[in-house]
Ligand binder design. Structure first.
Ligand code: TRP
Ligand code: ZN
Ligand code: CA
Length: 443
């Protein structure tokens, strides 16, 4: 939901730049433009329409109402919830799998949805428990997380998003009986498949009516991603402390998988300091309907649901995206003249390359402009930051033309891109002289 007119554009721009900053720390997030997003924003996560998330919650409420008032493990309302979510995912192009298990004599279901594509050896998982307690319809706990990750998955489909990682979403059964479904899933993963999961993001209660904004204090990269999102919209967060390990991330964490998540509070009481920074009512629980019959579709704070839904998309996009390919054609140049002594010592001219990731390209272009009255006198090398020399030109007593104005293609793929590169020029024959006019590297 858009709270103020420029919010959507601004958040997209801030979000994309904050992600870019993760990948290339030289780009300050404060440089976020307030104008229309640039090409960097193409990689940015979409705004998740909170109205769509609420529409899913309305369906889950109807399902509970039609099935004895709850969506608990072993009850008809649970399976109907699974069917609702599965149909949406199937229609959006996900590959869905229903995993069954038994708990307390009843069949339980985990719904797993894979988005085709991405690197199968790098899986980013996002999950939420879909079951409620028997006392009520469980709309905040945990229709909120279930609906938000469903709408994020649908946004992946709408965007035709092709992340470098493989995306998998999961809706867990029987969390309220002790994380039974998620524990079953982790325990039944082959060791090799477990190793492919690069991260698990958990969302359990993210629309609490008197909300706080809590970030799980687990994997630092995941935690930072959520904090960056909230910093971008200037909402303070706190570390989640209301019972670490009380939701479906616990079995993943125990299996050594990096985890993280968001939480808007359960039955803990909001302090005065928290009400000061987040609004709402101090002295009252974050969710006074926690595990109660009043956890209905009225038990949702739309703003918290909206922000957390957008934060989920931000993290799913940011933690699965291809490393931003460095823009090609970036030029690093030195235009200062350097005299080349006649038949003398080699001289150099440097360029400092910064802000690149990884190695230099196999087609690094070195363009030189050397003024000289007899270019056959000159030996020219490109020196990589580690000192490796690449011969660009040999001397030749028969090459009597003037000047060396040329672009050389160098396979520099074994060299780190960042650092000080040098053009080294030596005049090895007496009489004619000249100078380095300018030179540049094009990455
Ligand atoms: N479903 C959880 C439960 O019933 C809700 C919860 C309480 C929670 N504390 C939490 C979820 C902390 C995540 C983090 O216990
Ligand atoms: Zn829960
Ligand atoms: Ca000479």
């Amino acid at each position: 939901m858009t709270l103020a007119l420029p919010r959507r554009t601004t958040v997209a721009a801030v979000a994309s730049l904050a992600l870019a900053a993760l990948l290339a720390p030289a780009v300050p997030a404060s440089a976020a433009p307030s104008t229309a997003p640039s090409s960097a924003a193409v990689l940015a996560a979409p705004d998740i329409p909170v109205a769509n998330v609420k529409a899913h919650l309305a369906q889950l409420q109807s399902i509970a109402t039609a099935n004895g008032g709850n969506r608990a493990h072993g009850r008809a309302g649970y399976k109907a919830s699974v069917d609702y979510v599965k149909a949406k995912l199937d229609a959006a192009g996900f590959t869905t799998t229903l995993q069954t298990f038994t708990s307390g004599g009843s069949t339980g279901y985990n719904l797993i949805a894979d988005w085709p594509g991405g690197d199968a050896s790098q899986v980013l998982m996002t999950g939420a428990h879909l079951d409620s307690v028997t006392a009520g319809p469980g709309i905040n706990d945990n229709g909120s997380g279930s609906a938000a990750i469903l709408e994020t998955a649908l946004a992946v489909s709408r965007a035709g998003y092709q992340p470098s990682k493989h995306l998998r979403f999961a809706w867990w059964g029987a969390e309220e009986l002790g994380m039974v479904g998620s524990t079953y899933y982790v325990n039944h993963l082959a060791t090799a498949d477990r190793a492919k999961i690069t991260g698990y993001l958990n969302f359990d209660m993210i629309g609490s009516p008197n909300p706080g904004y809590f970030v799980y204090d687990d994997d630092p990269t995941i935690e930072k991603t959520f904090k960056d999102y909230y910093a971008g919209i200037s909402i303070p967060t706190e570390i989640e402390t209301e019972g670490d390990g009380r939701s479906d991330h616990a079995p993943f964490k125990n299996a050594g998988i990096p985890v993280g998540g968001l939480f808007s509070g359960a039955d803990y009481i909001k302090t005065a300091a928290q009400a000061q920074k987040w609004g709402g009512t101090s002295g009252l629980a974050f969710d006074r309907c926690y595990h109660a019959s009043c956890d209905t579709s009225a038990n949702i704070n739309d703003t918290a649901l909206d922000r957390n839904s957008d934060a989920i998309a931000y993290a799913v996009w940011g933690l699965s995206a291809a490393t931003t390919p460095p823009p090609s054609g970036t030029v690093f140049e030195n235009t200062a003249d350097v005299a080349v002594p006649d038949n003398g010592a080699a001289v150099t001219s440097s360029v400092s390359v910064t802000g690149r990731t990884g190695n230099a390209p196999a087609t690094l272009k070195a363009s030189v402009d050397i003024k000289h009255t007899y270019r056959g006198d000159l030996v020219v090398d490109l020196i990589a930051p580690d000192g490796s020399a690449y011969r660009l030109k040999n001397s030749s007593s028969s090459d009597s033309a003037a000047n060396v104005i040329a672009t050389y293609t160098v396979n520099a793929s074994s060299e780190a891109a960042n650092g000080t590169w040098k053009l080294r020029v030596q005049d090895v024959a007496a009489q004619d002289t000249g100078y380095i006019d300018s030179w540049k590297l094009t990455f």
